[in-house]
Design a protein around this ligand. Structure first.
Ligand SMILES: *Cc1c(COP(=O)(O)O)cnc(C)c1O
Length: 378
């Protein structure tokens, strides 16, 4: 099997699994308990908090553990309307569904939303953001790296512009953290969403960076956990896996990035030599090292994906959250593509457990699946 869908999720690393297991077994104590079994669990969480903080240039006190990226995104956006003044939020048309669907819900509840367009390479123009500001703009939420394209947004530039305006700035950095350098101070964000299963930690664990002093409404009322902002006994094992996984990812980030970039380039070049019309969606943007989105005009990405699956190769048509519903990707439509172009795409995302040996078999399978579909169309 060749798993080339690491943007959807990753296999947990051996190290992260090994570190989390004791917290499900021998060290099962409640982190809030005062005896030593509880203290051990508390220390596990504290260490993971330091590890996540260190990886993004934050303080430990600025890390709040969540159930994942979707929760972190929901939380920040929903928190803003707890103020009863008029609220205007600016986001982009290519955000993850965990941002976009939350925004739609907020709109239904009276919030004003602006969805910034992107250019053909999936980038927001900071000038559009400036033009969209209103007196009651409370929050800007723009993702760092897009999950379908791997393209990276000019977050630093936006952060510099928003600094001192009093407008809160959130970035969904789920695809970026653990894969490219991320420093919250450089980015100028107030909030940043993180998910462990995108960097070889366990599923169901994530974190929200909340800059010290920035307001955030509690998500879950109850005990004092997570600064009394998110009550409930912590997912100790998952949290420990996240800390270990981020440390491992940061340690090997540079050489992994180089290795994955070479694999992606070989994939593009090899496919292009057989199918010259292949399109790299968002191809002129700075992109994540391991992700590439390819358009095969006249051929259904979904059919390609299924034929590859028959050969034991996992790629995706769009984001895992929207794949299978038959609708064209909202991201590709936002790039200005036609519905048929948008339905012709597959995303290949390599990760730590891929080797360069995976590239040619994958390329061969893509090209033969393409040929098969074309032949069937006559
Ligand atoms: C995967 C993903 C999410 C959702 O994270 P979960 O931890 O699965 O909830 C949010 N945003 C982006 C960009 C993602 O890639």
């Amino acid at each position: 099997m060749i798993y080339a869908d690491n943007a959807a999720t990753t296999r947990i690393s051996d190290g992260a699994l090994k570190e989390m297991l004791p917290f499900l077994q021998a060290q099962y104590g409640n982190p809030s308990s005062q005896y030593s079994l509880g203290v051990q669990a508390r220390h596990g969480i504290a260490q993971a908090r330091r590890q996540i903080a260190a990886a993004i240039g934050a303080e430990s006190s600025e890390i709040i553990f969540t159930s994942g990226g979707s929760e972190a995104n929901n939380w920040v956006l929903q928190s803003v309307i707890h103020q009863n003044t008029p609220v205007h939020i600016i986001t982009s048309t290519i955000e993850h569904s965990a941002v976009l669907n939350t925004c739609r819900m907020l709109e239904a509840h009276g919030a004003e939303l602006t969805y910034l367009p992107v250019d053909a390479n999936g980038r927001v123009n900071p000038a559009d953001l400036k033009a969209a500001l209103r007196p009651h703009t409370k929050l800007v939420s723009i993702m760092l790296a897009n999950n379908e394209l791997g393209t990276i947004q000019p977050i630093e530039e936006i952060g510099r512009f928003l600094k001192g305006t009093g407008i809160l700035f959130h970035s969904d950095a789920v695809q970026a953290v653990g894969h490219i350098p991320v420093c919250v101070l450089d980015l100028g964000v107030d909030f940043l969403s993180i998910s462990a299963h995108k960097f070889y930690g366990a599923k169901g664990t994530g974190a929200l960076y909340k800059r010290n002093g920035v307001p955030l409404s509690p998500l879950i009322y109850g005990g004092e956990q997570e600064q009394a902002l998110r009550a409930g006994t912590e997912n100790t094992a998952g949290i420990v896996s996240a800390g270990c996984a981020i440390t491992e990812s940061v340690e090997i980030m540079d050489r992994e990035a180089e290795r994955l970039r070479a694999m992606v380039q070989e994939t593009i070049d090899s496919i292009r030599s057989v199918i010259p019309t292949v399109r790299v969606n968002g191809g002129d943007s700075v992109r994540l090292p391991g992700t590439v989105n390819l358009g095969f005009d006249g051929v259904s990405g979904e059919s390609l994906m299924h034929l590859l699956d028959l050969k034991g190769i996992c790629v995706s048509t769009s984001s895992a959250c929207t794949a299978g519903n038959g609708a064209p990707s909202h991201v590709l439509l936002a790039l200005g593509q036609t519905e048929s172009q948008a339905k012709s795409a597959i995303r290949i995302s390599y990760g730590r457990y891929n080797t360069s040996e995976d590239v040619q078999p994958l390329v061969k399978a893509v090209c033969s699946a393409y040929r098969k579909i074309k032949d069937n169309q006559g």
